[in-house]
Ligand binder design. Structure first.
Ligand code: BJW
Length: 231
């Protein structure tokens, strides 16, 4: 592969074989709710207990020792670490499975936030967070009770790191999209935003909504197609 700047975009499919459910697959409903019904500021304002329960369950699942990075996370971490030009892994996932293989790396950007952080609605302080949240949880920084929310990007909110992502997309020579349905924007628009000569590749279980926009596509489970493509 040539040494042009690399962007890898990942979605829930990269973590599916680690045991984390995708959003729009057969196990995608949570207690009968679609993600679009619980991942909005309006849902949180209307029924914070339900939204906290959704994220508490998913945060607790991440602390289960059975949930571990898989061969796709490993192949991507190696690719980013050894790429001979600037490389950025942009994940839509709020799990920490990429982080475990690239701890503290500046080359990893969580555009939809992370489950293991919480944010104060009053003072904006962001804290590492592994406990359950509730409407009674006080903010450690300002002491306000009930002001904490998951540090997650909900529908209608601005994804994180967009300036950096847009700059990287404009310079990128290889764009890999891994395990995402291509239904949620702005991530779904990245392939169209990649400029000129860049090579665009989809690696997914099945053709995504934007599959035809890619120069090439390889379909199958991430733990097979990603290591095969990368190595
Ligand atoms: C495998 C596999 C295996 C399975 N191996 N593959 C109308 C038109 C266009 C846009 C809009 C519109 N109305 C509203 C919007 C905007 C909205 C949006 O896109 N809505 C759509 C539903 C239409 N977007 C927003 O509101 C975003 N903000 C925004 O746009 O701000 C304005 C802005 C303007 C200009 C520039 C920038 C911004 C915010 C979106 C926030 C998304 N949040 C969520 C939930 C929070 C996080 C959480 O709780 O986890 O993020 S939604 C949910 O979807 C989650 C995911 O990150 C995201 C993407 O899902 P993903 O990862 O693709 O998962 P799935 O389940 O959809 O797909 C999995 C794929 O894996 C499938 O294809 C499988 O086949 C595959 N797979 N097993 C390989 N083993």
């Amino acid at each position: 592969m040539s040494a042009a700047p690399l962007i890898v975009l990942t979605g829930a499919g990269v973590s599916a074989e680690s045991g984390l459910a995708t959003f729009r697959g057969p196990d995608g409903l949570w207690e009968g709710h679609r993600v679009e019904d619980v991942a909005t500021p309006e849902a949180f304002a209307r029924d914070p207990d339900t939204v906290h329960r959704f994220y508490n369950a998913r945060r607790a699942q991440l602390l289960d020792p059975a949930i571990r990075p898989n061969a796709a996370h490993l192949a991507l971490a190696r690719l980013i670490a050894t790429w001979p030009a600037p490389a950025l892994l942009v994940t839509q996932n709020v799990d920490d499975l990429h982080d475990r293989l690239m701890p503290g790396s500046d080359a990893l950007l969580h555009m939809h936030g992370t489950l293991r952080k919480a944010r104060c609605l009053r003072c904006g302080a962001v804290h590492d967070w592994d406990m359950d949240l509730s409407t009674a949880t006080p903010c450690p920084a300002c002491g306000t009770a009930g002001g904490m929310r998951p540090d997650i990007v909900w529908f209608g909110e601005m994804p994180m790191g967009m300036d950096r992502i847009e700059t990287a997309l404009a310079e990128c020579g290889l764009f890999l999209s891994v395990g995402t349905s291509g239904l949620v924007y702005p991530a779904a628009g990245f392939v169209a935003a990649v400029q000129g000569e860049a090579r665009t590749v989809e690696l997914n279980l099945e053709p995504s909504a934007g599959s035809r926009l890619f120069d090439e596509a390889h379909h199958g489970p991430a733990t097979e197609v990603v290591p095969r493509f990368v190595e």
